[in-house]
Design a protein. Sequence first.
Length: 205
Amino acid sequence: MDRPSPASRILAGAIALLGAANFALQLVLSINETGGLWSALVVLTRFFTILTNAAVVAAMLRMAAGLSMDRRVMLALTTAIAIVALVYHTVLAGLQTFTGLNAVTDTGFHTVIPALAVLWWLLFADRTVQWRDAVWVLPFPVIYCAYALARGAVSGLYPYPFLDLPKVGGLVLVVNIASLTLAFLLVGAMFAAIARRRPILRDRA
């Protein structure tokens, strides 16, 4: 893609700063809960939300520095962070109630950063995105689910109820993963369509 425009760099920098601040706060809270940095990292890295937010922050930092990102990678990241918000607000939000600073980080990871990342896409997505680029979103759910299931098999702890193999059973697990993968593909195709139809902004480099 083209080098980021000044406006896209500013928004990317704001997203990166907010995301980094949210991570710093969450890490402090997790260290207080688990008793150490390593234990906190072990817990946090189980979650797709955390891994995806980290990838978005890294991508936004890169663009804020004036470096380009592959259009297909940005399509996959935007799709993934949108799915984070979608799954949380439709499936997971009612399962646990957060208060205080934990509520702040929860909102940051599941609402604020996803909304800003999608806003960035709506404003600055690469117009050269092709429909076939949507297949780049598929490795995200497949690789993560394999990772989560492998960790769950070792530790007995599964990050999300729909991936809890001992509770849902093999057939339901396959259906859940297939449904999640299909959701990624549909959302990715939607974002590809948005990119292709988005007006060209004047200040785009």
